[in-house]
Design a protein around this ligand. Structure first.
Ligand code: CU
Length: 408
C-alpha cells in the first residue's frame, strides 16, 4: 500500500504540475480552463492524498463494513484516539416484528465496532447507564494489567452513572472483541458484546477490497416475551449475525473479482461452523496475529469456537447469490420451541386447530416437515422466517445471509 502511495505522488507530480506548459496546451494555443485550473487542483489533491498515505497508511485500508451495525466514531486528543462507549439498555429488532429489551452499547447490540491501527494510543471512556455495575474487558488485546477490565480483580466495577477511562497502546493487529467482565452471564447474555479491529501498521501483501465483520450471538427469548433470558444453558431459540436474524440480515454486496475478508467473532455459548457457498476460502487468522502462509489453510466451512475470532479471505469470482450461514441447522431457525414431539408422518386430522382453542399460539411441527410453517404469516405471534426468492420461499432464519456477487 505504501508503494502504491509513492506511485500516487510520482504520477501526480508529472501529470498535474506541467499543466500550463506545452504538454497540455491545445493545438490552438489557447489554454483550456481544464488545463489551467481544474487539472492542477485535482492533481494537487491526489498528490496530497498520496503524501498523507505515505505517513498515514491506514487511510488507504478498506474500512470495515459491519452489516446491520456501525463503527464507533473517535476524536483526536494530542496523540490519542478517544472513543466513548455508553453501556445501556437498548431495543433491538431481532427478527421481523420481534423487538427485544437487550443491553448493549451506544444504542446497539452488538456495540459499535472499534477500529484502530497497530501502534495507536487509544483512550476509551466507558459510561455506565445500566441499572448495575459493569466493566469492559478488551478480549485478546495485550495491555497493562489495570486496563484488563475484570471488576474486583484489576479495577473497581464502574457504578451506574460513573465513567471509567481505559487507555493503552495497541501493540498487535487482528480481530479482537470487547465485553463486560462484571456479572458476565447476565450482561453478555443480554447482548453486551462488540468487535475490536486493529489494522496492521504495515501494508498487507494481499490487501482486500471489502472487509466485513460479523458478531455471532444467540438468544433465549421466551415465547410471547421480549426480554432475553440469560439463565438458559444451551436452549437458545434465536441466532443472529450482528444482532439480527435472517431475513433481517443485510446482504453482502460484492463485485466479481474483488478480494473479500470476513471476520467472525463469537462470544455466545456455542461454536458456530460458518459455511460459505460457491467459494473456497483461506483461513488467514485465528484470533491473534495473521497466520504464516504455511499455517493458513483452505476450507469451505470455518468453525468459530466460543471466545475466538476467525478471519477468512477469498476472491469472489463466482457470479450469483450465495448463502453464508451457520451449519448447525437449528441455528438457521427463528423462534424454535424445542421440547415438542416430532410429528412428521402423523395425521393431525384437525387436532392442531382444537389445541389452538386453548393455546392460541400453538403451532405444531408439520406432518410433512416444517416447510409449511415458513409461509404461515396469519398468526400474530409467529415470528416470520424466510424471504421471497426467485424460485419460491427461502425457508431460512437465524444465522443466514446472502453474498450477492455481480458484475456491476
Ligand atoms: Cu451456529
Amino acid at each position: 500500500m505504501r508503494r502504491l502511495s509513492f506511485l500516487f505522488c510520482y504520477f501526480t507530480v508529472f501529470t498535474a504540475f506541467p499543466a500550463n506548459s506545452q504538454g497540455s496546451v491545445p493545438p490552438t494555443g489557447v489554454s483550456s480552463p481544464w488545463a489551467t485550473h481544474f487539472r492542477p487542483i485535482l492533481g494537487l489533491f491526489i498528490f496530497l492524498t498520496g503524501i498523507a498515505a505515505v505517513f498515514m497508511p491506514w487511510i488507504l485500508f478498506a474500512s470495515v463494513i459491519v452489516p446491520n451495525s456501525s463503527t464507533l466514531s473517535w476524536i483526536i486528543d494530542g496523540d490519542v484516539k478517544v472513543f466513548h462507549l455508553v453501556a445501556e439498555p437498548v431495543k433491538r429488532e431481532l427478527a421481523p416484528g420481534l423487538v427485544i429489551n437487550a443491553w448493549g452499547y451506544n444504542g446497539s447490540t452488538p456495540g459499535p465496532l472499534i477500529e484502530a491501527v497497530e501502534g495507536d494510543r487509544v483512550r476509551i471512556l466507558v459510561t455506565n447507564h445500566l441499572p448495575e455495575p459493569t466493566s469492559i474487558h478488551w478480549h485478546g488485546i495485550l495491555l497493562p494489567n489495570d486496563m484488563d477490565g475484570v471488576s474486583g480483580l484489576t479495577q473497581k466495577a464502574i457504578q451506574p452513572s460513573e465513567t471509567f477511562k481505559y487507555e493503552f497502546t495497541l501493540k498487535q493487529n487482528g480481530t479482537y472483541m470487547y465485553h463486560p467482565h462484571t456479572d458476565d452471564m447476565v450482561q453478555i447474555g443480554m447482548g453486551m458484546v462488540g468487535i475490536f479491529v486493529i489494522h496492521p501498521k504495515e501494508a498487507e501483501d494481499l490487501p482486500v477490497d471489502r472487509d466485513y465483520a460479523i458478531m455471532l450471538s444467540e438468544w433465549a427469548i421466551p415465547v410471547g416475551g421480549n426480554t432475553p433470558d440469560p439463565l438458559v444453558m444451551l436452549d437458545f431459540n434465536f441466532f443472529t449475525f450482528n444482532g439480527v436474524a435472517y431475513p433481517l440480515c443485510e446482504p453482502l454486496m460484492v463485485k466479481s473479482g474483488e478480494r473479500i475478508r470476513i471476520r467472525f467473532a463469537n462470544l455466545s455459548m456455542d461454536n458456530h461452523p460458518i459455511h460459505v457457498h460457491g467459494h473456497t476460502f483461506t483461513v488467514t487468522r485465528r484470533g491473534a496475529q495473521r497466520l504464516p502462509i504455511s499455517a493458513q489453510y483452505q476450507e469451505v466451512t470455518v468453525d468459530v469456537p466460543v471466545g475466538t475470532t476467525r478471519d477468512i479471505e477469498f476472491v469472489a469470482d463466482a457470479l450469483g447469490d450465495w448463502p453464508i450461514h451457520c451449519h448447525k441447522t437449528h441455528h438457521t431457525m427463528n423462534g424454535m420451541v424445542h421440547d415438542l414431539p416430532n410429528v412428521i408422518g402423523i395425521e393431525w386430522n384437525g387436532l392442531e386447530e382444537r389445541i389452538r382453542k386453548f393455546l392460541p399460539n400453538f403451532m405444531a411441527m408439520g406432518q410433512d416437515g416444517m416447510e409449511e410453517m415458513f409461509t404461515h404469516h396469519h398468526m400474530k405471534t409467529w415470528i416470520p422466517m424466510g424471504a421471497k426468492g426467485p424460485y419460491g420461499v427461502i425457508d431460512m432464519g437465524g444465522m443466514f445471509t446472502i453474498m450477492k456477487v455481480s458484475d456491476d
